[in-house]
Design a protein around this ligand. Sequence first.
Ligand code: G3P
Length: 218
Amino acid sequence: MKFFLDTANLDQIREANDLGVLDGVTTNPSLMAKEGIRGEENIRNHYVEICRIVGGDVSAEVISTDFEGMVREGEVLADLDPHIVVKVPCIADGIKAIRHFTTKGIRTNCTLVFSPGQALLAAKAGATYVSPFVGRLDDISSDGIALVAQIVKMYSYYGYSTEVLAASIRTTQHIIQCLEVGADVATCPLSAIKGLLRHPLTDSGLATFLADYHKLNG
Ligand code: G3P
């Protein structure tokens, strides 16, 4: 399973990249706003900066909600760097735009997906990635991981090449659940990735090994 970092924070992206396990980055307008990135040029420069750090796919989201606007924006974003994946919301014009981008060889991430039907339309339009939002479904007492599992099964059954990118991942346990159901990618906060490392038996075992070594070696 690939790991993407779900942030526009450059320090966090550098830290995850230095760990050597980062496969890409996803951003959205809220994450860009959180970093205080404003203005079209600054936003574009920030995407380029992220691409310089990461040697993998970087999702950059369009703001337009009409077909022509999405196409215009998406083509500019795709021109910034070969690693850019144009992120498009799962609405009617978005599906049309994904089809357009697919025919032009521009890779896409269909975002804000909350049902198997939406995931089906994304795959039929040729999306590179589909992003079911796990945490936001859990927030309303639904089952986000169950949706990821449904989409993985459906795509495998029909041989769709769209990769299932589990998004709105909030916890380390979400990542393990994504692994169990066969998600292609999980896009996570850095804290959830770092949580994978933690185990008290690792810490106590290491402390004992080092103490035993130092007893004899000073
Ligand atoms: O990748 C989508 C993600 O950023 C949404 O996460 O935690 O705002 O639901 P969240």
